[in-house]
Structure formats: C-alpha cells, structure tokens
Design a protein around this ligand. Structure first.
Ligand code: SF4
Ligand code: SF4
Length: 438
C-alpha cells in the first residue's frame, strides 16, 4: 500500500467480550469491550501514488516516500525561513499533484543536510534532489543560469568560464614561490588543489596567496597543478550534472596519476567532500585534508606576532561541518590568533545556517530572487552582525564574495568578511590587510 495520504479517522471496532490468558500464571479471565478496543486498518488511497512513485523509482530518490509527516525538518531548513520549503512540504506537494521534475521547487534546495540531521526516517534530500535534477536536465528543464555554468564547466574546466591557462595567475602576487608541478614534476608532500574561486575570484586569489605564504612560513613542501587543474565539480553533481562530474573526475584522476604527493589539501569543502566521499565510490582514494585541518596541525609553528583585536564570529560551511564533521579545526585557528574575541552565532556547528551556495545555489541567485524573500547569505550576514562581531570569518571559497555582497545589501558594511587564511596571514605579519569595514 502506498505510504502517505490524507489522514482518516480510524473506525473503532469493539468486541463485546474477549478472553485474556496470562502468560505467567495461565489464568484466564474475560474483559469487557472497552478493554478490547481495536482499530480497523486505514486505507491510504486518497492521493495518487504516481508523483511519489516516479521519484521513488529513481536511484537516490527512494527515501522521499519514507516521510511520515512529523515536521522536524521544516524549522531547520534554511530555505523555509525565506520561503515555503523543507522535505515535508515537498513530500506533501508531490503527494497532492506537484510535478517536481518541472517545478521551480526542484532548484531551491541547497543540499545543506540540516533536514537529514534531524529526520527520523532518513529522508535524504542530498540524494533525492540530484536524482530528480538529473532527469529534469535530461528533459531540458533547467534554469538558464545553471545551464550556462554547466556549459562553462564543460568547456573550460571551471564554473566561471575563465581561461584555464590563467588558473595560476594569482601566484604572481603571492610574495612567495608557488611551484607548479608541470614545470617542476618532483614528489611533494602537499598537493594544493586550489579550486575555482581561489583561482579566479579576486578575493579568493587573496586567500590563496595568504595560504601559500602560511605554507611557506611553516616549511611545507607543496605545489599546485596550475593550468592542468580542473574543478572537481561536486556542486555541479549536486545540481544534477552527474555526467559532467564523472567526466571531470576522469580528467582529474588522469592528471593526479602523473604526479607523486602524500596528500591533497584544498580550501573548497565541496571538492574536499567529493574527494573524501564520492571518488572512493569509483575506486579513487586519496588522502585529503581541508586547508583548515592542515593548518590546525601547523599553527604552533606559525609566528603569530600581530594582534588582531577584533570581535570575530565564524560561519560553518555545510560541506565541511554537517557533511564531513569538521567543526574544530577552523575554531582552533581563529582562537589561536592573538587579540581575537571569538563569539558564536546562535545557529552554529551542526545547526549552522547555510550561505545558499551549495547544491548549485551558488549560481542560482537570479533564479531564486523570484522565489525567496531574501538571499540565504543576507539572512546569515544579519545573524553575524547581531553578535556584534566586526569580522565574519569563513573557510569556503564561495563565501567571501557571497557574504561581502550580502553585507552591503543588508546595510552591514561595517562587518568585514575574511578568510581564516587571511586572518592568520595578517597575524603572522603577512601581506593580508584587514577588511575595509574594520
Ligand atoms: S523530518 Fe523526515 S519524516 Fe519528518 S516530516 Fe521531515 S522528511 Fe518527513
Ligand atoms: S537539504 Fe537543506 S535546503 Fe534542502 S530541504 Fe533539507 S534543510 Fe532544506
């Protein structure tokens, strides 16, 4: 019988009398009908099973029909705070006729995993949404701006459509040597996998430069792939382009096979997530760290000579925290900086709010402006400002640009957004400067 459906009042069936036998003593006694109330089983056929059935038939879509409507997922869904959303609402809408394959509702989920954290039935939007999106893309139902990102990623190996030959242009301003393996193909300890936004976005480039200075200061033997690097494409996968993700993986694995290294270190929690959890499904295993994890082991070696006398709060990236369980490394680094007064936001760690960038949301701000009362990044920046913090510390390449825009649009320009690598670089007397608002 299909799961779900309109609640029906149960029909009471009372037996006039019944005999109960004690399993301990073997005694028998009669009980009246009121002690022997039974319920007729309910038949849940008020709604067509077709919509749920189409989704549940997909590999990854099965768990949507497990929902039993408890509603725990809705208050923790970041999208519901700025719209009407959450797995329960999606389940109900599908049950009552929504075609999720062609609906705008399909693209609002950021795959942040906060609903999965609390769902007693394991309804898994991180698998459901990519599975349905993949079918929607196959039939040409995909927002334009996302489609363009897929095209750029396919053609150029990065989501921004930038020239692959300029991938390591940022190294010129690093102030330290950043070796590129193609021109210096030796064995290294750390392969620094820079990813798109640290490679090309001006604010990301500053963080990449700061991180390179920290590695150099700590004596780490590292190198980058330079023009050979392509995005790992985990957000494209979660946005439904599994085929593109797999094609990128072939290229990435092929490039990595040319070089010798002990571990991969990346600033991108999305790339980190894929290398840690998706690549092994295809037989590709690499030791991988998020850059905050590497630095947390090295921070004692860094000469933290400059005091950063500011109140600082921190935003947990969904794909570092909830998806991969790392909450301590970024906090250890922030708290190691002299002068910092660290304050948590109300929503933090496992219940952290989402910046809106995951699962393809990074490229759907225009599309979402028609559906959300405000961007998730704006909501988050207001939460950060409410703590009285002067700096919002981040450690995901998506976030500096998202939050800096949001700080301006919400009238919180006094809140500086800084990558933790920049903050540490500042504390070591490096080239990083404090944000303009501070
Ligand atoms: S928490 Fe899970 S079972 Fe409960 S309403 Fe949400 S999706 Fe359904
Ligand atoms: S994954 Fe996040 S955005 Fe998507 S439905 Fe769950 S809580 Fe909402």
């Amino acid at each position: 019988m299909p799961v779900g459906g309109k609640k029906q009042a149960p029909v009471v069936v009372e037996l006039a009398e019944a005999t109960v036998i004690s399993p301990a003593s073997g005694r028998e006694w009669d009980v009246s009908g009121s002690w022997n109330r039974m319920f007729e089983s309910r038949v849940l056929t008020d709604y067509s099973y077709e919509g749920l059935g189409r989704i549940a038939a997909l590999s990854g879509g099965e768990s949507l029909e497990y929902c039993y409507g408890c509603g725990k997922c809705v208050p923790v869904c970041p999208v519901d705070l700025v719209s009407e959303y959450g797995p329960r609402k999606i389940h109900r809408k599908v049950q009552t006729g929504l075609d999720l394959f062609t609906s705008d509702e399909l693209w609002k989920c950021t795959t942040c995993a906060n609903c999965l954290r609390v769902c007693p039935k394991g309804v898994n939007m991180i698998e459901i949404m990519p599975a349905v999106r993949e079918k929607a893309i196959d039939s040409g139902s995909v927002p334009d701006e996302l489609s363009q990102v897929f095209e750029k990623t396919f053609r150029y190996g990065n989501a921004m459509g930038e020239n692959p030959r300029r991938r390591h242009a940022w190294t010129k301003g690093a102030g330290v040597e950043v070796p590129v393996l193609a021109s210096d193909p030796r064995e290294v300890d750390v392969l620094f996998y820079v990813e798109d936004y640290w490679s090309y976005h001006p604010r990301g480039q500053q963080a990449a430069q700061a991180f390179s200075r920290l590695l150099t200061l700590a004596g780490v033997d590292f190198a980058i792939l330079g023009a050979e690097e392509k995005t790992i494409g985990d957000s494209q996968r979660l946005a439904g382009e599994k085929g593109l993700f797999e094609a990128l993986m072939e290229d990435v694995v092929g490039t990595l096979s040319k070089y010798s290294f002990n571990r991969i270190v990346t600033p991108d929690p999305h790339g980190y997530n894929a290398l840690r959890k998706e690549y092994p499904k295809y037989g590709h295993e690499y030791p991988v760290l998020h850059y905050t994890q590497l630095l947390a082991d090295l921070v004692d070696k860094l000469p933290l000579v400059n005091s950063l006398d500011k109140k600082v709060t921190f935003h947990d990236p969904c794909y570092l925290g909830r998806h991969n369980g790392e909450y301590d490394a970024p906090r250890k680094l922030i708290e190691a900086i002299p002068g910092v007064e660290f304050v948590e936001m109300g929503r933090c760690k496992g219940n952290s709010y989402c910046c809106g960038g995951g699962g393809g949301g990074m490229w759907l701000d225009g599309f979402n402006s028609n559906h959300l009362s405000e961007r998730l990044s704006e909501r988050r920046v207001r939460e950060a400002a409410e703590t009285g913090a002067e700096i919002l510390a981040v450690c995901c390449p998506y976030e500096v640009s998202r939050f800096e825009d949001a700080a301006k649009s919400t009238g919180n320009s006094h809140l500086a957004v800084m990558d933790i690598a920049e903050m540490l670089d500042y504390a070591t007397g490096g080239l990083a400067t404090l944000g303009s608002g501070v």
